[in-house]
Design a protein around this ligand. Structure first.
Ligand SMILES: C=C(O[C@@H]1C=C(C(=O)O)C=C[C@H]1O)C(=O)O
Length: 273
């Protein structure tokens, strides 16, 4: 049975997908490229079986999902690819309308939690697909994630630039889990043996990737717009683990989100086993 796997088309996913494709048999897999918000919707609709997807998507529909252990896209401090860009210092954004990338579901809610709870602000939020400079003509602040955020930060845009991984760490002292590997429970039942093999291979691929960041950077598509050194530095910044501290960070995020009415209930974290 083919397994339909979501593939976030961002530099942060390149190491694990490259290592998976180069070391393991992927003939039974169909990879579906997309941005996180799109892959979340496809996962919810049953159009893919599993994906590294927004952690908040798990919380939104946890009765349909379970999680792969030992894998995430997280930050323990700065993440380098999730930024609030702003025309003024963040302390001056109370009441301001904030533009939100259409690609994210976790980080838009993280920004709401941080502005609401860390700063005590009350903001209006609006999704936008405008690029950085154009968006900041319309909004005093703009949230970008993934490659667009990496590029925006590297461009020396002259705007104030706040790393949400770092703001969360200052606020809580905990890791922040941006993405979890989410599996549809239906698929976990129907494709159990295949998913067990994939879960094992993904953890092995993660470890192989750790040992070959320089080689992966030298050969990947992202080299067209980011230097090998910057890619390796980015991958070393991200935490791909899912330890007890990561889970504590995720639970605390969900608690804030629930208290602010951003998710319908507090999810139990259930793993594929
Ligand atoms: C660190 C990142 O994590 C991501 C952020 C996500 C979100 O905000 O919904 C989802 C998946 C991850 O790719 C990033 O994309 O920059």
């Amino acid at each position: 049975m083919t397994i339909n796997i979501g593939h976030i088309k961002y530099a942060n996913c390149t190491p694990i997908f490259t290592a998976l494709a180069s070391h393991f048999d992927c003939t039974g897999y169909r990879f579906v490229d997309g941005v996180p918000a799109r892959l979340n919707a496809m996962l919810r609709a049953g159009e893919i079986d599993l994906s590294p997807s927004s952690s908040i998507e798990y919380a939104m529909a946890h009765e349909q999902y379970c999680l792969l252990p030992e894998l995430s896209i997280s930050a323990i401090g700065p993440v380098k690819s999730v930024f609030l860009f702003s025309k003024v210092p963040v302390e001056e954004l109370d009441g301001a309308p904030i533009g939100l990338t259409a690609e994210s579901d976790t980080s838009v809610n993280l920004l709401k939690v941080l502005l609401g709870r860390k700063y005590g602000f009350s903001n209006a939020f609006e999704r936008t697909t405008l690029p950085l400079t154009r968006a900041l003509e319309q909004f005093p602040g703009l949230l970008l994630i993934g490659d667009a955020a990496l590029k925006g930060a590297a461009s020396g845009s002259g705007f104030f630039c706040y790393d949400l991984g770092q703001l969360w760490h200052e606020f809580t002292g905990l890791p922040f889990v941006f993405a979890l590997w989410i599996v549809r429970r239906e698929a976990a039942l129907e494709k159990r043996a295949e998913l067990e093999a994939l879960a094992r291979d993904l953890v092995a691929a993660k470890k192989l990737a750790y040992a070959s960041y320089a080689e992966i950077a030298a050969n990947c598509e992202e080299r067209a717009w980011l230097s090998e050194e910057a890619l390796v530095d980015y991958w070393q910044t991200i935490s791909y683990e899912l330890t007890d501290a990561h889970l504590e960070g995720a639970r605390l995020f969900f608690r804030h989100a629930f208290e602010m009415g951003l998710i319908p209930s507090l999810p139990e974290l259930r793993f594929f086993e």
